[in-house]
Design a protein around this ligand. Structure first.
Ligand SMILES: Cc1cc2nc3c(=O)[nH]c(=O)nc-3n(C[C@H](O)[C@H](O)[C@H](O)COP(=O)(O)OP(=O)(O)OC[C@H]3O[C@@H](n4cnc5c(N)ncnc54)[C@H](O)[C@@H]3O)c2cc1C
Length: 516
């Protein structure tokens, strides 16, 4: 997915257009996974495309293959590698929930999409208290399976979000202040590597791959099972409270105090966001409260509760599955995510509001159809680091930060394809403007959260040079079909340098030979 720069994306598209081979799909159709291959015009093919979260991402692959088991995935990888060696190029993409709104990240025009749709179950082992979750499960289904067993995992906040991409990018859950990032709650990944082998990556087996998979997305193989730590399932107090836009400054102050409080209650999670939607055209501020213990209106949010002029309030005690359903959204719209980070600073928060208003005014004048803009602010806590280290570490480079900061996300959605350029351009203007202000005021933080990054953003560089070198070494080790093979299946390590992280090809898995 990621997060290629426009230049890299262009190269990818060129390769695909020139080298996509019918023979790759033919080879799958002639194999034991024949019944799992679907072509344009088939019901399964159309259903797969229609289920992408972002309308822009419904690119037409030459064929889609929908494996049922890790062995099927292994067969598919081996066929595509072999066919590539014989006939040129079999580019392929991997999809779990299909929620990343970057065309080409989880799908591929004229290549092969490996859609893990049917690998979607969750099982629980009471002895180890580990939940084994298949990649295309949606978090809502995970919670519905675990809650009746009295167990819970630190997963996505929205029920519709996929497990596969979420965990490989880090994963921020309501439980993050308590148990850290979701990827650090994975104790074992089952992975299909470039040579078709099915391996486990955990603290004692393939330990470097285990670390690299926590944050570096799809660069090393196809994950076919995630084994996660569980904890006791309890009702949460949470929901979304909507306030008039005039309360923005109070909310920013409260967020700054909440985020910089060294004694913050680890059960208290929060997102503050400004939002405007044509469906309900009022400029508002929202607070999404999520307290992970069954306590109504906990003291942790006291400063937010001082505003008593809310427009609506959905907060209540409820199980995680119900909160996730409220946060879940299916969309048939076109979507852009962008992200950046900055120090906890009132002036920078206020600047986001100023730029957001400019964007809304511009869209009111120019855009057609239905659309929505949200600017979300959440605290990135240094406690994530300690949780990570205790569980084997990840590649996010979080240990460099000694103070909490704000992780910002803009989320634009719109209905009309003719407005793509308008929304994408204004979304970029918004984050560029915030970043310029933060740099001038010395509040900028160079960390970009991968799961919210756009295609021209480069989150891996933000992990730091040492982590980039480590990821490159792991990719070298596991990314080749055979030890001395020049072919790199899951990345483009030949082009990877410490300041060119975008050349790791995150989604359109690169089967090009380096000298091709
Ligand atoms: C409505 C919504 C709510 C969200 N809420 C949150 C949130 O609360 N917290 C948060 O941290 N993020 C959140 N996100 C972002 C989300 O984490 C990412 O979009 C994530 O990639 C979604 O996972 P997916 O399985 O749907 O990914 P997909 O779109 O299927 O894939 C994303 C990337 O991961 C790769 N990939 C997927 N599965 C595998 C696999 N099994 N093996 C190897 N590579 C794989 C794909 O090739 C692709 O590059 C949200 C997104 C949306 C749209």
């Amino acid at each position: 997915m990621l997060r290629s720069t426009p230049a890299v994306l262009a190269v990818t598209i060129f390769h695909v257009a020139s080298a996509a081979k019918e023979s790759c799909c033919d080879a799958l159709t002639a194999s034991r996974v024949a019944g799992q291959v679907t072509y344009p015009g088939h019901g399964a093919y159309n259903a797969s495309l229609a289920s992408y979260f972002d309308g822009k991402s419904r690119l037409p692959p030459s064929c889609i293959v929908q494996p049922r088991t890790a062995e099927d995935v292994s067969t598919i990888v081996q066929i595509l590698v072999r066919e590539d060696a014989q006939s040129g190029s079999c580019k392929f993409a991997v999809r779990s929930g299909g929620h990343t709104p970057i065309p080409g990240s989880n799908n591929i025009e004229n290549g092969i999409t490996i859609d893990l749709l049917y690998m979607n179950t969750t099982t629980y082992d009471a002895d180890s208290q580990i939940a084994s979750i298949k990649p295309a499960a949606r978090w809502g289904s995970v919670y519905q399976t675990l809650e009746p067993l009295g167990r819970m995992v630190a997963g996505g906040r929205g029920s519709t979000v996929g497990v596969g991409g979420f965990l490989l990018g880090g994963g921020i859950s309501h439980y993050a202040p308590r148990v850290g990032l979701s990827c650090d709650n994975v104790v074992n990944f089952q992975v299909v590597l470039a040579n078709g082998s099915i391996v486990n990556a955990n603290k004692t087996s393939n330990a470097d791959l285990f670390t690299a998979l926590k944050g570096a997305s799809s660069n090393f193989g196809i994950v076919t099972r995630y084994d996660m730590e569980t904890f006791e399932s309890e009702d949460l107090w949470g929901g979304i409270v909507t306030y008039p836009a005039s309360t923005a400054n109070h909310h920013f102050r409260a967020l700054a105090n909440f985020g910089s409080n060294p004694d913050r209650d680890p059960n208290a999670a929060l997102i503050v966001f400004q939002g405007y939607s044509t469906a309900s055209p009022t400029d508002v501020v929202r607070a999404a409260f999520d307290y992970t213990k069954p306590v109504v209106r906990p003291d942790a949010y006291q400063e937010f509760f001082e505003v008593n002029t809310n427009i609506s309030d959905t907060t209540k005690l409820q199980p995680m599955s119900a909160i996730a359903a409220e946060f879940g959204s299916d969309t048939t719209k076109r979507v852009q995510f962008r992200t950046l980070s900055y120090k906890i600073d009132l002036a920078t928060l206020q600047e986001t509001a100023r730029l957001y208003k400019i964007v809304i005014t511009e869209l009111q004048a120019e855009a057609s159809g239905q659309w929505r803009v949200s600017c979300l602010h959440q605290v990135w806590a240094t406690s994530y680091t300690a949780n990570s280290i205790a569980r084997g570490g990840n590649v996010l480079g979080m240990e460099r930060y000694t103070e909490n900061f704000i992780m910002y996300q803009s989320y634009l959605s719109w209905s009309e394809s003719k407005d793509d350029e308008l929304f994408i351009g204004l979304g970029k203007m918004l984050t560029d403007g915030i970043q310029k202000f933060a740099r001038e005021k010395d509040t900028a933080i160079d960390y970009l959260y991968l799961n919210y990054a756009d295609k021209d953003q480069d989150p891996l560089s933000g992990y730091g040079a040492g982590k980039v070198a480590f990821m490159k070494a792991v990719a070298e080790k596991v990314g080749k079909p055979q030890k001395d093979d020049p072919l790199s299946v899951f990345d483009d390590t030949n082009n990877l340098s410490e300041n060119k992280t975008e050349d790791m090809d995150f989604t359109v898995l690169n089967l090009e030979k380096p000298d091709a």
